[in-house]
Design a protein around this ligand. Structure first.
Ligand SMILES: Nc1ncnc2c1ncn2[C@@H]1O[C@H](COP(=O)(O)OP(=O)(O)OP(=O)(O)O)[C@@H](O)[C@H]1O
Ligand SMILES: [Mg+2]
Length: 255
C-alpha cells in the first residue's frame, strides 16, 4: 500500500475545472515532484489533501485511511505537514515562537494544565527541540529575530523547520525554492534530502525550478489542466513530449 493514494480527484471553482480525475500514489520514503505550468492544479492538490476544500469527486487515502472524512487539524495530527506557496509564517513573531506554534498540536497537557503551569516541562522540551533544529540549519543565532525582518530565502527555511516541528510523516512543500538564488536553491535541496533521511519522511513537492526537481526527486508527476500528463523518473518526464508541449510558451527554468 502506498503512503498516499489519490484517486480520480476532481475539483471545480465556478466554471474552472482545477482538477479533472487526477490519480497518483506516493510511496513511503520517496521524494516526489509535482510539476506543471501555472494554473495546472498543483496547489489545489495540496489544498485538498490539507482538507481546506471538499473535492467534487474522488478519494484521498493516507496510510489506508480516508482523508476526506477528516478535518484540517486531524490531517495535521495524522502526520501531514505543509509549507505554503506564499509563506505561512507569523511575521511579527520571532523565529523560535513560530517553531513552537508548529508543535502545539502535540501538547499532551490540555489548556487548563498549561494554564496551571503543568505543561512547563513539555514546553521546555519543545523549546530545546526547536533550538536544536535551528542550530542544525545554521539559524540558531536568529532564533530571537522577528520573522518579518529576515530575508525571504531564510524565511523559507524557517517555514520548513516549523513544519518539521509537527513530526510529520508526509511533508507537502509548495515551491520551496521560489524566489531563491542558485546557492540557496542548492542548500534547500540538500536540506530536504537530509531531513527525508534523518526523519524518515516522505516528501511531495511542487516546484517550477527544474534544477531542484531533477536534483532531488526520485519520481515526478506532471500535470496540465488538472490532469496527469506524465509520470516516471525525472529525466523521463522532462523529455516527455506532452510535458515539453505543456511548458511551451512558459519560461522553463533549467539550471
Ligand atoms: N480558491 C480558488 N478560487 C477560484 N479559483 C481557484 C482557486 N484556487 C485555484 N483556482 C484556480 O484553479 C486552477 C488551478 O490553480 P492552482 O493554484 O492549483 O494552480 P498551480 O498549479 O498551483 O499554479 P501555480 O504554478 O501558478 O502556483 C487555476 O485556474 C486557478 O485560478
Ligand atoms: Mg501553486
Amino acid at each position: 500500500m502506498a503512503l498516499l493514494e489519490v484517486e480520480e480527484l476532481t475539483m471545480r471553482f465556478g466554471g474552472v475545472k482545477a482538477l479533472d480525475g487526477l490519480s497518483f500514489a506516493v510511496e513511503e520514503g520517496q521524494i516526489v515532484g509535482l510539476i506543471g505550468p501555472n494554473g495546472a492544479g498543483k496547489t489545489t492538490v495540496f489544498n485538498l489533501i490539507s482538507r481546506f476544500y471538499d473535492p467534487v469527486g474522488g478519494r484521498i487515502r493516507f496510510r489506508g485511511e480516508d482523508l476526506l472524512r477528516l478535518k484540517p487539524h486531524q490531517v495535521l495530527e495524522r502526520g501531514i505537514a505543509r509549507t505554503f506557496q506564499n509563506l505561512g509564517l507569523f511575521p511579527y513573531m520571532t523565529v523560535l515562537e513560530n517553531l513552537l506554534v508548529g508543535r502545539h498540536i502535540h501538547y499532551k497537557a490540555g489548556p487548563w494544565a498549561l494554564a496551571l503551569g503543568l505543561g512547563r516541562r513539555e514546553e521546555r522540551a519543545f523549546r530545546a527541540e526547536a533550538e536544536g533544529l535551528l542550530d542544525r540549519l545554521g539559524l540558531g543565532p536568529l532564533k530571537g529575530a522577528v520573522v518579518a525582518f529576515l530575508p525571504y530565502g531564510t524565511r523559507k527555511f524557517i517555514e520548513l523547520a516549523r513544519a518539521l516541528m509537527t513530526r510529520p510523516k508526509l511533508l507537502l512543500l509548495d515551491e520551496p525554492v521560489a524566489g531563491m538564488n542558485a546557492t540557496e536553491t542548492q542548500m534547500m535541496g540538500e536540506f530536504i534530502k537530509r531531513v527525508r533521511d534523518e526523519y524518515g519522511l516522505t516528501v511531495l513537492l511542487v516546484e517550477h525550478d527544474m534544477s531542484l526537481v531533477m536534483g532531488i526527486c526520485e519520481r515526478v508527476i506532471a500535470l496540465n489542466f488538472g490532469r496527469k500528463i506524465a509520470e516516471g523518473a525525472p529525466e523521463e518526464v522532462q523529455r516527455d513530449p506532452a510535458v515539453i508541449e505543456a511548458y511551451l510558451g512558459e519560461e522553463v527554468r533549467v539550471a
